[in-house]
Design a protein around this ligand. Structure first.
Ligand code: SF4
Length: 167
């Protein structure tokens, strides 16, 4: 079952990626996410704010007392406590779990990682369309305009991939 089902419809679903258009007023988070998206793949791990943005994009922040529900594509794994992206088509297995335990490498740790919705924090991030700021706003627009400090408060562990780890 999708994790965002039965949530109050304060947020509109984000439509799958297409050509984006600039809108007025670019938030700091949007600026940062654009910089991350334009970066190469020289890094060996995702940096902390990038992973925090990814966590926000996939999981929202209701579990932290916020108001942003999980992504429409977030799926619960058959393994209790794990989640995977139902929009990628890559299924439910250890390598596709978005978050792992403590020091284990997980999908959100990959330096270069795409998202079917082009959400903030991912390598193929696409800024929201102008109409996404109209009520009900989209999750993407909400994240782009959230306080940067709020993103930096999301608890994450940064993990580097070990040679032995499977893809
Ligand atoms: S990777 Fe993108 S589409 Fe998949 S759950 Fe995360 S935010 Fe949603």
């Amino acid at each position: 079952m999708s994790c965002s089902e039965n949530k109050e419809k304060k947020f509109r679903d984000v439509k799958p990626k297409k050509e984006s258009m600039l809108k007025k007023g670019i938030g700091m988070v949007q600026n940062y996410a654009s910089a991350v998206a334009s970066r190469g793949i020289k890094n060996t791990k995702a940096d902390k704010v990038t992973k925090q943005l990814r966590v926000l994009s996939c999981f929202g922040n209701t579990h932290l007392g916020g108001e942003l529900p999980p992504c429409q594509y977030l799926e619960r794994s058959q393994t209790v406590g794990k989640h995977y992206c139902g929009g990628c088509g890559c299924g439910d297995r250890k390598a596709t779990w978005l978050m792992a335990e403590g020091e284990e490498y997980s999908k959100l740790d990959h330096p270069k990682l795409s998202c079917p919705l082009g959400m903030p924090g991912f390598s193929d991030y696409k800024p929201s369309m102008p109409d996404e700021s109209e009520d009900p706003i989209t999750r993407k627009f909400y994240i782009e305009n959230i306080e940067y400090e709020e993103v930096t408060r999301i608890p994450v562990t940064i993990v580097e991939k070990q040679e032995s780890e499977e893809e």
